[in-house]
Ligand binder design. Sequence first.
Ligand SMILES: Nc1ncnc2c1ncn2[C@@H]1O[C@H](COP(=O)(O)OP(=O)(O)O)[C@@H](O)[C@H]1O
Ligand SMILES: [Mg+2]
Length: 791
Amino acid sequence: MALPNYEKLGAFYLGREYDPATRELGPELLYDARDLTTHAVCIGMTGSGKTGLCLTLLEEAAIDGIPAIAIDPKGDIANLALTFPELRGEDFRPWVDPGEAARKWQSLDDFAASTAATWRKGLEEWGQDGDRLRRLRDAAAVTVYTPGSTAGRPLSILRSFAAPDAAVAGDATALKERVGSAVAGLLGLLDIDADPIRSREYILLCALLDAAWRKGESLDLAALIRSVQKPPFEQVGVFDLESFYPAKDRTELALRINALLASPGFEAWLQGDPLDVASMLYDTDGRPRIAIVSIAHLNDAERMFVVTLVANELVAWMRRQPGTTSLRALFYMDEVFGYFPPGAMPPSKTPLLTLMKQARAFGLGVVLATQNPVDLDYKGLGNAGTWFIGRLQTERDKLRVIEGLLGSNAAGGMDKARLEAAMSSLPQRTFLMRNVHDDAPVLLRTRWALSYLRGPLTLAEITRLGAGGAPAPVVARVEAAAPATTSARPVAAAPDRPVVPAGVVEQFLAASGTLVEYEPRLGARVRTHFVDARLGVDQWIDTYYLAPLEERGPAWERAEACARDALEFRDEPAPDSAFAPIPGGVLATPKALQQHAKALVEHVYRTGTLTVLRCPELKAVASPQQTEGEFRAQLAQSLREKRDKAVDDLRRKYATRLATLADRQRRAEQKVAREQSQASHETLSSALSVGGSLLGALFGGGRRASALGKAATAARGVGRIGKERTDVAHAEADLASVREQYVALEAELEGEVSRLESTGDPAALQLETVAVKPRKSDITVADLALVWQPA
Ligand SMILES: Nc1ncnc2c1ncn2[C@@H]1O[C@H](COP(=O)(O)OP(=O)(O)O)[C@@H](O)[C@H]1O
Ligand SMILES: [Mg+2]
């Protein structure tokens, strides 16, 4: 069977419709990728085929260039890495279960060969082949992360205590959420039960993180320990710090965090790739990835910690994305029970709720699956747009799901009896799919998975995957902090420290150790406006300049230029330091300073250029913070938006024409039949069969129902219209002509679709670099200061 080219249309091939009465499979079920932006929930008993379905979703997404982050509590999502386009026994052999082979009295070779044959046959039955597998493999690399373990690719959690970026820090609710869940996660690891209202630990740690992050400062665990002992504030809410949480008790908390930090095995948490959503979703060339975060090897508290962190990072990442109506990325969590319960607020729930509520606008689709319908917050899922409900174990489970569904947005038009009937005795891999974007629910039999569904992989097997060609892990060492004992000692003024005129700000760059020799520099922040209307560039850039001082003034032409954040400033010099002299007169008067600032403007105007990446085809310009990969990922998203819009247009255009044709076909068929057997009142054959064709792809899922539903209604009216005589030949000719037109319509669509496809390949986009000059009137200098730099 020739497969329609769904990929061109942003439609996900999930399986076929299933008719419970005849137990037969109907047309292909094509799911509009965009519907996933309103999230999906998948519920069914163990073995009902949830993981198979969700992996299928991820496969389809990857083929369409959409990346995903998946949390894997059992190890079976890592099956996505088991894709063998050649479908040979030897490909499967390292991964088949030897125990199962033994139970079947088969040698490993034989068992692998028969497994490969099963997969080949399964794929064939579902219209798929090695080519599609290859497409999947080429589309996205699969990486399995193992936080807290170096068995797979470790994932460093340090970042979670790093100051969030401006998008989060500037939003009070977002900051509060992020502080709260970082702290809750940490307390979970420390095995401290944290009640957000009453727990001293919770309140103190939140206040510490909040204070640091507001200033844009990061706290690693060592720094956190120090600030627990010596917080930078004396009040907590209305209470005096000492009476709220006395120093002695705080030391106890500090020791506890320290013990965690120093415990064997904890180092693994600090190694590896940073938990950075952007680089988990896209490789450096901007190609999509499937990032699987395995938590099967962790204990409950650690799992909660990781789920919370990942969800938090997703929230932060999401807020940095521009709005979109197309699907941008997926977040999938299997076995979500315990993380999204009703009536309780474990740390994971806050960010998950935020995702359910807000991710849509940013094109991030959330897919949650569970086998336990009772332990699920249906209110929180109220917005979910697609429900996949598989076989359920007990009546109680069924009732709970029905209640949940009826209380959600998705209920539209369904009643309890209908749901109960639809959900009764669902076979394996069969789901009641309720998509709010479709007219009616359908029964879905999931297609055969491209990936070899081996079942849970062990840590050792994950190591063997070597997923994504893991580079040598980066080790970020953190020394366990020595409890702070000394209070700051007053610094003796250095005898050679030059006296600086009033009005000149003095700063000191951080030095390692004491006995520092400082040299004078002039530093300033410069805001520059780079504009080029023709190229579409309009950017403000902040740069910090640090120039050596000479007799004639600051040598701006030899200045270091960097981001101000890259430098660490202190208000006081390191103890016991020496100072080089300031060349005479350079800083003598405020007027002199003004001249130096002017010279800097001149310098920036003469030498400043902004090199930006640009995509002429889409008339898009990368922002200065963007890497080429990030820019390419963004371009891919705008291409996807364009394609999705084009598909909408196609749908609109063809819906009417198809409905008209279907109408005429029915009329012609009726006439033929009437002529042939006058007495027959039987309902005649159905409207045009469009399943499995390109038109089918265009009208996938419930949309087909609505497009053709219109045609059918029209046809019913026709049946009652006049009884004028027409002869058989005439009627048959009419029918043939309708069929011809149908073929022509398909050919025309084929043309449109390939035109669409040829303009839609993100990898084929050409990028260029262009240089832009600053606008002189828009160069401003601020924070001019005498900066002492360690020699
Ligand atoms: N789409 C599929 N293609 C091929 N086999 C499948 C598919 N879905 C499920 N299976 C088979 O059924 C078994 C159970 O399905 P699974 O998705 O793991 O169930 P659940 O996650 O609901 O417990 C899998 O191990 C696999 O052998
Ligand atoms: Mg499962």
